[in-house]
Write a protein that binds this ligand. Structure first.
Ligand code: ADP
Length: 537
């Protein structure tokens, strides 16, 4: 003030912090000060005029803006994207730290961006950006930008106009996102899928895929070569047209089942070739799951099994014919042997009597084998019929055990009849199943003499279980032993004679009775074979 008084020069100070006593309290406030000399007519200074205008509100508002800009800058700098802002005309006002790190170029240098863009991208980028500046539409665009060692990376550029309350554009905010890793992964994926496509196309088998809902969405070249329907038709659900009409319904049913349950799809069906001929195929599809176990797609193959099928049919025909032809001579042999046994019942010639008994045993074995082969043919042709009657299960089990005890004396059969049940069944056929399961229990537990048999009621069925303590069966084999001609391979294969049809027949007989057959077993721990039949109330 003294200075102003002596020199006459006006003094101004802005946003000066002062302490004010307001409403009895001391407060920090901001004021703009002006000290101006007051002069007489002759220009001599006679005093100083002081004007103080309080600007606290404005100062605090400015501080807040500065603070939020600082936060924005820190946030933008911490992001992996290259964040930028411009004014309403597109002139750059901010560029995050990452830009410099990536490009090695000072963003405030003239033409900084243009010099880094891939030459092919310069014009499209400029056009796109200028159009957005005019229209105010969001900016999004892909471009290549050079890094500090001169390698181009793909970026996704996007930006938005920020408008004021009146709707006028005030500035633009946006970012460049580095897509290089993603682009590299995409390229790799493209290469891998091309390789797999090539692989699939070079195979004679049909390869196809379906989405999680079961819609078929890819077929390899072999499919298109084989059929006469067009690619468009195949891809739009038309593939069913090439399946033989006789197998279509079952095909759809099994496929929908697989989709619903997530279990593998396995089916034998005929496909129509481009000359109209149908060939048998074995189709199999397995679901591919993601890390959470959700099915992502199904991969399927179909293999031509036409020749194998034809051979199988020939084999079936041969078995049917041979077993039929053998039946008559063996029956007559059996008759003659029994006559001879009767005739020499009291003979002193031990050798003769023993030999006849031996021949008889072998003939019984052969007869059983032939009748089993005949059963297989009957099952194949669907002519295995049942003579249904009321059967007391426990009584039947006892009878079968008695019969077997005759032949295999010295065995301990433990029969635990927990409940007596009445079933509607073919007595002979169920006896056949029991004989088969007990004979297997004996055969596959060499050197042991204990077999346990139980009957019990489970829900609305009677369950008959036959337990042995023998060689047991692995989990994988357990799924297959009920198939025709399946025998467990390995060290035991030649140790036990057999054909691999006993369990097949047993399971077909039980299935025909609307029952259930199965096995529980551990290798070297023995096996429990069981079947269940619905009981009569
Ligand atoms: P076969 O006994 O004539 O070979 P089956 O159909 O009766 O034919 O049995 C199929 C296969 O199942 C047998 O070859 C054998 O490997 C296995 N198997 C059947 N029963 C038993 C059992 N009680 N213990 C161990 N393995 C068995």
């Amino acid at each position: 003030m003294q200075d102003v008084f002596t020199t006459g020069k006006t003094f101004r100070a802005y946003a000066l912090p002062v302490t004010l006593l307001r409403n009895g309290k001391l407060e920090v406030a901001y004021v703009d000060f002006v000290y101006e000399a007051m002069r007489e007519a002759d220009d001599s200074i006679i005093g100083v005029m002081a004007v103080a205008v309080e600007v606290t509100e404005q100062v605090i508002a400015t501080q807040k803006i500065e603070e939020s800009e600082k936060v924005f800058r820190e946030l933008a700098d911490s992001l992996p994207e290259l964040v930028w802002t411009t004014d309403k005309d597109g002139k750059r006002t901010f560029m995050s730290r990452r830009w410099k790190e990536f490009t090695g170029v000072d963003p405030w240098q003239d033409n900084a961006l243009v010099s880094l863009l891939h030459p092919d991208d310069v014009l499209p980028t400029r056009e796109k950006w200028e159009r957005c500046l005019q229209t105010g539409d969001p900016y999004n665009h892909q471009l290549r930008m050079k890094n500090s060692v001169g390698e181009y990376h793909w970026f996704y550029a996007n930006g938005e106009a920020i408008r004021n309350a009146a709707g006028e554009i005030e500035k633009w905010v946006g970012a460049y996102t580095n897509l290089n890793e993603q682009k590299i992964a995409e390229e790799k994926l493209k290469l891998t899928s091309e390789r797999f496509r090539l692989l699939a196309d070079s195979m004679p088998q049909f390869v196809w895929t379906a989405d999680a809902e079961g819609n078929l969405d890819y077929f390899n070249k072999a499919v298109y070569d084989y059929t006469d329907i067009t690619a468009g038709e195949i891809e739009n659900g038309g593939w069913l047209q090439i399946v033989h009409p006789d197998e279509r319904d079952e095909n759809i049913r099994l496929w929908l089942n697989a989709i619903k349950s997530g279990n593998d799809f396995v089916f034998e069906h005929r496909f129509r070739r481009n000359d109209g001929f149908y060939r048998w195929q074995l189709s199999r599809a397995i679901p591919q799951r993601d890390e959470y176990g959700n099915i992502q797609l199904w991969v399927g193959t179909s293999t031509d099994i036409h020749e194998i099928k034809a051979l199988d049919e020939e084999k079936d025909f041969f078995i049917a014919m041979v077993s039929h032809e053998l039946k008559t001579p063996i029956t007559s042999m059996k008759g003659y042997v029994q006559l001879l046994q009767h005739k020499y019942k009291t003979s002193k010639d031990d050798f003769l009597r023993n030999s006849l008994s031996m021949v008889n045993k072998q003939i019984i074995k052969t007869t059983r084998l032939i009748s089993e082969l005949l059963d297989v043919s009957k099952i194949k042709s669907g002519s295995l019929s049942l003579n249904l009657e009321q059967v007391k299960v426990n009584q039947l089990v006892k009878e079968v055990i008695n019969e077997i005890e005759h032949v295999h004396s010295g065995y301990n059969f433990h029969f635990t009849a927990q409940a007596d049940a009445l079933v509607f069944a073919d007595r002979e056929r169920i006896a056949q199943v029991l004989t088969n399961l007990i004979s297997n229990a004996i055969k596959y537990s060499p050197g042991l003499d204990k077999i346990s048999i139980t009957t019990e009621i489970v829900d609305a069925s009677v369950k008959v279980s036959i337990r042995d303590y023998g060689i047991g069966i692995s989990k994988t084999d357990q799924q297959k032993i009920f198939q025709r001609f399946y025998r467990v391979e390995g060290k035991n294969e030649n140790r036990f004679s057999g054909f691999g049809i006993g369990l097949f027949i047993a399971s077909e007989i039980i299935k025909k009775h609307h029952g259930n057959i199965g096995v529980d077993s551990e290798p070297d721990q023995g096996s429990v074979f069981f079947f269940e039949l619905p009981i009569l109330p």
